[in-house]
Write a protein of this length. Sequence first.
Length: 236
Amino acid sequence: MDKIELKPKTEGVFQKFFWVVTHRPNQVWKMGRGYLLFEWSRLWRPIVLGQSDQIRLGRNVRIQRNFSLSAERPHGRISIGDHSILYENAQVESYGLGRVDIGPCCILGDTRIYSRATVRLGARVVSSWNVLIQDFDSHPIDPDERALQIESLCARFRPGQWESEQGVFPRDSNWSFPGRAIEIGDDVWIGANSTILKGARVGRGCLIAAGAVLPGGEYPPRSLIAGNPARVVKSL
């Protein structure tokens, strides 16, 4: 596909606003608020995000909330390609050595991306509401190990008010958050309520059905992917 050069069209904004006023008057406040959030975020971006190399934004990236992006120092990285759009409820976070690379012209709705390894989205990926993409395991599967982790988290949570019969803190958990890279190709549509887990590799042009849960594995290009656990339903 040829690269498309996008240019802002002010007259198009006013035409769209007039159309909403005349056809969907109850949506005027919602539309106006959305534009204001994009502009407010753009104005405050140099202060909120600073000049750090940890978060890199391409040309004309539009974000409704700068706090949607969080890269843990010193090694976390987030990169967002030209012309991409992140709506208010999107959340992109990298921890430890985590890296998130989002290609050009991507649209993220109510989508949460958490990385301790690598998450890559190709060009023109569109995600719907309540989507989770996470490349690591947050908690152990073994219940005894998980109990130790949770007790340790609770004991050291601030403000601290830990009490126990022994009067001592539980020992620290050694959970290392094991992870594997997630790769999502160009032109993928991620449906609402989908979950993409560590090690998933989704080929170009796939459609992920609403509610699908993708464990690690290979999903060929131009596939309809559905179910929990997800499988390829048919070729598109």
